[in-house]
Design a protein around this ligand. Structure first.
Ligand code: CUA
Length: 160
């Protein structure tokens, strides 16, 4: 088969791009511990407040580790102040009581969509103590820009 030089060049260039794009996914997952939102667990969005999984919102620290239970709604996160220890894995479990929201912890890799009908879960570690801003990064209505919360990462969180 006789393929002209320039056609070969472009075929190789396209091939290199495909490999490069796949590599970004591998680097994101393996290197930066990015995880896709786990939209596998469902919930009735009209009964979020009565659902036992979201009945007690806030932070728990027990045998399962540090878990944050929070609900997104127009136009707030409940709770709107979250305190977690530095240097330990923190699992966030989130859902929405109305429309699709976002949950981005600015300056960290904590970022997921919060979709009504599903429980979004991710685990991350905060190495730097301090105050972090949580914002909604999915347009959810007129008050979207007001939808925020505070994450406080505290030192001395490591248990013996
Ligand atoms: Cu909630 Cu934008």
């Amino acid at each position: 088969m006789n393929v002209p030089f320039y056609e070969k060049l472009w075929m190789w260039a396209a091939g290199v791009l495909v490999v490069a794009f796949l590599a970004t996914i591998v680097v994101g997952v393996a290197g930066s511990a990015l995880q896709p939102p786990s939209h596998v667990e469902t919930i009735d969005p009209t009964k979020v407040w009565n659902d036992p999984r979201f009945g007690a919102r806030g932070v728990t620290d027990d045998a399962h580790g540090v878990t944050v239970i929070a609900v997104g709604m127009m136009f707030a996160f409940v709770p709107n102040e979250i305190r977690v220890p530095a240097g330990r894995p923190v699992t966030f479990r989130l859902t929405s009581a109305d429309v699709t929201h976002g949950f981005l912890i600015v300056g960290t890799n904590g970022n997921t969509m919060v979709v009504p009908g599903y429980v979004s879960q991710f685990t991350t570690v905060f190495r730097e103590p301090g105050e972090y801003l949580i914002v909604c990064n999915e347009y959810c209505g007129l008050g979207h820009h007001l939808m925020s919360a505070k994450l406080i990462v505290e030192t001395g969180g490591a248990r013996p």
